[in-house]
Write a protein that binds this ligand. Structure first.
Ligand code: ADE
Length: 248
């Protein structure tokens, strides 16, 4: 996949692409990317990228000309163009999955109060919100979206890791422990030390159900739980699941 990112703050984006799992995906050639500072496409002495809004109001609006020129230069119309904005469609795992199947994505990082609507009308395919709150920079939301999607591309991380995690099923993840067995007077639950795979699996399902019930109960109302999980949930709600809980 190739990703183009149009930004006024290239260093913020560079840090993400040059570190951790993304750096490895780039090294393996799974991801290629270009960071485009669209200030380079201004032609006035002050390299102006924003201006006051027509009709009045607070803040500044990103001007259309530098972005039109930058987007045309990279042939953005041949790609799926994403504009992260609090007024977009809500992002989730299914959305990340659909973006991960594209050959080429372009991200426009907004700033200030907004982006001239003509840029959106001409180029943008997806206006995406990463949540019901407002960030100061489109760079952070672009990074969130890219992070969620690139890890779903074949070869970036192991398929076992993907299968196991929250949101690839309707339940949140079970708690994890590693050595030492006892730390700060807190023990690893006995069941995990038992070596009994079936009991461990049952414990983990109970933990996932309990965690989901406490943190995100709305997922359970729409969740397509399998029969076994549904039985376990009923047991948990009846408070009979405590013996399986193994927490100490
Ligand atoms: N830019 C600022 N806030 C945002 C949000 N919640 N989602 C996407 N982009 C944003």
């Amino acid at each position: 996949m190739h990703i183009d990112i149009l930004t006024l703050f290239p260093d913020m984006i560079r840090a993400f692409f040059e570190n951790s799992i993304m750096a490895r995906a780039v090294e393996k050639g799974i991801i290629t990317y270009s960071i485009i500072d669209f200030r380079e496409y201004t032609h006035d002495r002050h390299r102006t990228c924003d201006d006051v809004p027509y009709g009045g109001g607070a803040g500044m609006v990103l001007k259309p000309e530098p972005l039109f020129e930058a987007l045309n230069t990279i042939n953005a119309k041949e790609a799926r163009v994403v504009f992260p904005t609090p007024s977009g469609k809500l992002f989730n795992q299914d959305y990340a999955q659909s973006l991960s199947l594209e050959k080429r994505l372009v991200f426009i990082c907004g700033h200030y109060e907004g982006l001239d609507q003509r840029v959106i009308d001409e180029f943008v395919d997806d206006e995406i919100s990463i949540g019901d709150y407002v960030l100061t920079s489109g760079e952070t939301s672009s990074i969130v979206i890219i992070d969620a999607l690139f890890r779903l591309i074949d070869g970036v991380i192991s398929s076992e890791s993907l299968e196991d995690e929250s949101f690839s099923s309707p339940l949140l993840e079970y708690p994890q422990y590693t050595r030492p067995e006892r730390y700060c007077q807190k023990n690893v639950p006995d069941v995990l030390l038992s070596g009994h795979h079936e009991r461990i699996a049952t414990w983990r399902v109970f933990q996932r159900l309990e965690k989901t019930m406490l943190s995100r109960p709305e997922l359970l109302t729409t969740a397509s739980l399998d029969v076994e999980s549904r039985k376990k949930l009923i047991k948990l709600l009846d408070n009979k699941g405590t013996s399986e809980n193994g927490r100490n």
